[in-house]
Write a protein that binds this ligand. Structure first.
Ligand code: GLV
Length: 308
């Protein structure tokens, strides 16, 4: 019985150790060394090459090393076994930190002060109370919930939107297409933490931007596929969107000649809002393998219709 590991972002060693400590009989292979294909019972992966997963006749589950599994569901070569994603597992607190930082960055006018500093300009701007700076969180799961909780603690006016109608305690919640424009109409900043599905692809586009108040901001920590990049560039050019902080892109790494790199209103980060840390995530993965070995259902199995 064995596990096959593939990730260009995660070192295999801590995972090898975690499996060896609990399942001493289970071999741990790092792709492309997969050992005997018949023995492979679990695949532990982040962004595997297309078709990598359909070589193992006895595969029991695909264990994703991240929260979003859009890349696995989009690959017709992903076998028909449970795909299990990380729930929280150290990712939610990191993503909430990033979101809080981004909101503070825009709310406290850091882009303007940065430009002023480059010209030695001492020019205070009138304060805006956090209670009057409405933040819209898109996504009401574990990640969106923690983002909202932190922002509420800081005194922001927080509202959330989800496709499914999930709500976050203590936060004004909006659901579905019917309430999207109403949700957006007050958002000085939108933080996208949705899962990428066929229902949310391209959701950060002209309609969304134009439904937000003039001079508002966009933060994308979901997936590049949520954002229509040309629509954002146009909204930034017109000034309707005053700035964006983007962590995820249609093409990663973001190509060197992409206009986001040089746009002074855009902050680019290299998909680091939430990075899987083995010591935070291994307990959840190991527990799921234990459950499956006992014949129990795993926690975090993705509903393929829903996409997360
Ligand atoms: C990161 O992008 C993740 O899906 O965990």
């Amino acid at each position: 019985m064995s596990v096959v590991f593939y990730s260009e972002a995660d070192p295999p060693k801590p995972w090898r150790n975690a499996f060896a400590a609990v399942f001493p009989q289970m071999q741990f292979h790092v792709w492309p060394d997969v050992g005997d294909v018949e023995s492979v019972r679990y695949a532990l992966v982040w962004n595997p090459p297309s078709g990598m997963l359909n070589k193992y006749p006895n595969l029991k589950a695909v264990l994703a090393l991240g929260a979003g599994v859009d890349y696995l569901l989009a690959d017709p070569g992903t076998p028909d076994v449970p795909v299990i994603r990380l729930l929280g597992a150290g990712l939610a607190p990191q993503m909430a930190e990033y979101a809080v930082y981004a909101v503070l960055h825009f709310h406290r006018a850091m882009p303007e002060y940065h430009v002023q500093q480059s010209k030695s300009v001492w020019q205070p701007h009138a304060p805006v109370l956090s209670s009057q700076f409405t933040v819209g969180v898109m996504g009401a799961g574990i990640i969106g919930g923690l983002i909202a909780e932190h922002l509420v603690e800081l005194g922001y006016a927080v509202r959330c939107w989800s496709r499914s109608g999930s709500s976050i305690d203590g936060v004004e919640s909006f659901a579905g297409d019917a309430q999207l424009n109403e949700f957006l109409s007050a958002c000085r900043v939108v933080v996208n933490a949705l899962a990428l599905t066929d229902k949310t692809v391209g959701i950060l586009g002209t309609n969304t931007f134009m439904s937000m108040p003039p001079g508002s901001y966009v933060v994308n920590i979901g997936r590049g596929g949520h954002l229509v990049e040309d629509d954002l560039l146009a909204a930034l050019d017109s000034g309707h969107i005053a700035g964006a902080m983007l962590d995820v892109f249609n093409e990663e790494p973001l190509p060197a000649n992409h206009p986001f790199w040089s746009n002074p209103r855009v902050v680019v980060t290299p998909h680091i809002a939430g990075v899987t840390v083995a010591s935070e995530a291994e307990a959840q993965v190991i527990e799921n393998v234990k459950r499956m070995e006992r014949g129990e259902p795993p926690v975090g199995a993705v509903d393929r219709q829903r996409g997360y």
